[in-house]
Design a protein around this ligand. Sequence first.
Ligand SMILES: [Zn+2]
Length: 320
Amino acid sequence: MVLHVIIRSVSILLFLTVLGFHDASGQQKEVAITIDDVPNVMVYKRHGFSAPLLKSINELSLPVTIFINEKNIYNNEFVNQNFTGLLTWLNNSFIDGGNHSFSHFNYADIPLETFQYDIIKGEVITREILKQKHQALTYFRFPYNSLGSDSITHQQINSFLTQRGYTIAPFTIESEDWMFNALYEEALKIKNVEKAHQLGQNYVAFTLQLFDYFEKLCLDRFGRNIKQIYLCHDNQLNTDYLPVLVDNLKKKGYSFIRMDQAMEDNVYRSPDFYFGRAGFSWIYRWEPDREKRKALLQAEPENTILHTEYDQLTKRAGKN
Ligand SMILES: [Zn+2]
């Protein structure tokens, strides 16, 4: 009888573990990876018109939603190859496609009509390819995550996106990978392999630190770890280090889900109380009190060394 109960308990535990209701800490950890500014045609050309990042995604069986700027196809003279490259991304079974506008304008800096036109222009190829995959184009991610400069412009674009069948793609965690990447590219350019390696390691370590931070913040605010959405970019840094980051997240107990699955979390039904132009995490936008939001933003770990090095880089670039 006792043995029967034990066997039964173990089976239930195994069943729950398989379903993902349990991990070592008792908290379910899930994240959807999203990659912006696809396709990066400079990196694509560098790798002989192939995308090693996509190859890694395939090898890892990693679900990823990519946010596309179709204008990128025309960023160099290899338009045909770039077009084929985008097709390869979108036709991959691990990839879901979203619109990131055609030109990557900051909505807060341009008239509503110009931005609306840029959204429509940015969906032409993507919508057609997704249609062939029997998928709808659902998500729109704002460039710089800038939803406009005030509540009126926010409301105007919200209505427009709803009419066109879009859902705004939020994110909860990002780690300034674009800043790391600028320094990483510079290190590679001057062939300082050691520095490049150090930057890659620092990027992974800082991202993991932020995951820990947001996990704790979510536990404080929501009493649980929410389904996280990580935002990063199509660049050389992620080509080389996203697999390392994914490996480390796995070790922390994370499983990787599609954007749709992440969006099933009720937290994404929370109202957005922020009506400014800044591009920060949705976790802060869900805080109605302005002062509390400010305090939360200030409490986020900052990478001062990264910021200093990035400022020095832009100053050097300005002098050239
Ligand atoms: Zn972007």
